[in-house]
Ligand binder design. Structure first.
Ligand code: PLP
Length: 398
């Protein structure tokens, strides 16, 4: 008799299933727009030059591989705080921000969720409708009741800001509100600076708890610009908030699992107590984070020359995404589909294209173009080579 005899099979992840189907497709023209990864013009995940340099230094030094502290490499967490809040942040100087190195942005969400479940046991969490699918799973897994707030206006292909404010206003005081700092996944619809100010004023007024997820810092406007929500929160009267951040995209280090959880407390003393709780959660989970990815990021961020090189490389990825958006819109119009001009107004790697499930199906069957059933496409998986082909196919099914 097996102890596992009655274990049920969980259906596979639909996005990973899409990649499997794409890999099995033998058409030379196949394109996978279902991914959440930035590819370069040659269809490869870039290895940034600044990262390569640190990699060479690390190989040369061949350092012993001891354990890191439970909350991670100090050079990494310090540099992360500076990227989030800016180097001259008063809040950081006051000792109110505690940063923990985590297993990617996903790990930051998980540890952050566990901390909040422990400290605010009866709170709910509100996530945008739609949101990155894993948000619901992560917060649900630690026992949170997950509710949605209105976010996207499908007809206008943009943010439904009035709907969002109305829903946030209805939330019970103490509710945790998950907000995407920039490059909203999956819609590509972001808040303007003025809209951020209004949301933050509302969070304060209604006593809601902000949980910021920033997985794409530098992919829309720039490092400081994309962190605006965090900087505005830091300058607001709100005393507590959480940030889950990730270097997966901004350093093109997906598999190295480099992320961070930053918790802002009211005082330095409170921050120490909160951090002690986080260390206990990490210790009982994976004990301590891994060295290599953090050493790469810290090596780049703490060397002025490499840091400048990274900012330049990140800027090139950002500029290329903007150019791909503009190119796609231009090619779509040339193929008789001018209605997609909104793609240029959306931000980051993704676009909610407005394509229906049936249109997505046709793209796959007739053209070998793979997109998520919701119509989400990864703009960063396009290139000069396939842009016209994709535009022609989208126009044909529209
Ligand atoms: N948050 C959002 C909105 C994301 O899109 C992603 C990755 O796709 C993550 C978090 C997780 O990042 P990581 O791959 O570093 O775990």
């Amino acid at each position: 008799m097996s102890f596992f005899a009655n274990v049920e099979l969980v259906p596979g992840d639909p996005i990973l299933g899409l990649t499997e189907a794409y890999n099995a497709d033998t058409r030379a023209t196949r394109v996978n727009l279902g991914v959440g990864i930035y590819y370069d013009e040659d269809g490869r995940i870039p290895v940034l030059g600044a990262v390569q340099q640190v990699e060479r230094q690390l190989a040369e030094a061949s350092k012993p591989r001891g354990y890191l502290p439970i909350d991670g490499m100090p050079d990494y967490t310090r540099a992360t705080r500076d990227l989030l809040f800016g180097a001259d942040s008063a809040l950081v100087a006051e000792g109110r921000a505690a940063t923990t190195q985590t297993i990617g942005g996903s790990g930051a969400l998980r540890v952050g969720a566990e901390l909040l479940k422990k400290t605010l046991p009866s709170a709910r969490i509100a996530i945008s409708d739609p949101s990155w699918e894993n948000h619901r799973a992560v917060f649900g897994a630690v026992g949170f009741e997950v509710v949605d707030y209105t976010y996207f206006d499908a007809a206008a292909h943009g943010l439904d800001f009035d709907g969002m404010l109305a829903d946030l206003r209805r939330l019970e005081a103490g509710t945790v509100v998950l907000l995407h700092a920039c490059c909203h996944n999956p819609t590509g619809a972001d808040l303007t600076p003025a809209q951020w100010e209004r949301v933050i004023a509302l969070l304060h007024e209604r006593n809601l708890f902000p949980f910021i997820d920033m997985a794409y810092q530098g992919f829309d406007q720039g490092i400081a610009e994309d962190a605006l929500a965090i900087r505005l929160l830091a300058a607001s009267p709100i005393r507590n908030f959480v940030v889950a951040s990730s270097y997966s995209k901004s350093f093109s280090l997906y598999g190295e699992r480099v992320g961070a959880l930053t918790v802002v407390s009211d005082t330095a003393d409170e921050s120490k107590r909160v951090q002690s709780q986080i260390k206990r959660l990490v210790r009982a989970n994976y004990s301590s984070p891994s060295t290599h990815g953090a050493a790469l990021v810290a090596g780049v961020l703490n060397d002025p020359g490499l840091r400048a090189q990274w900012e330049d490389e990140l800027g090139r990825m950002r500029t290329r995404i903007h150019a791909l958006r503009a190119g796609l819109v231009e090619r779509l119009a040339a193929h008789g589909a001018p209605q997609y001009d909104f793609i240029q107004r959306q931000a980051g790697m993704f676009s909610y294209s407005g394509l229906s499930r049936a249109q997505v199906e046709r793209l796959r069957e007739e053209f070998g173009i793979y997109a998520v059933g919701t119509g989400r496409i990864c703009v960063a998986a396009l290139s000069a080579k396939n842009l016209d082909y994709v535009a022609q196919a989208v126009a044909a099914v529209s």
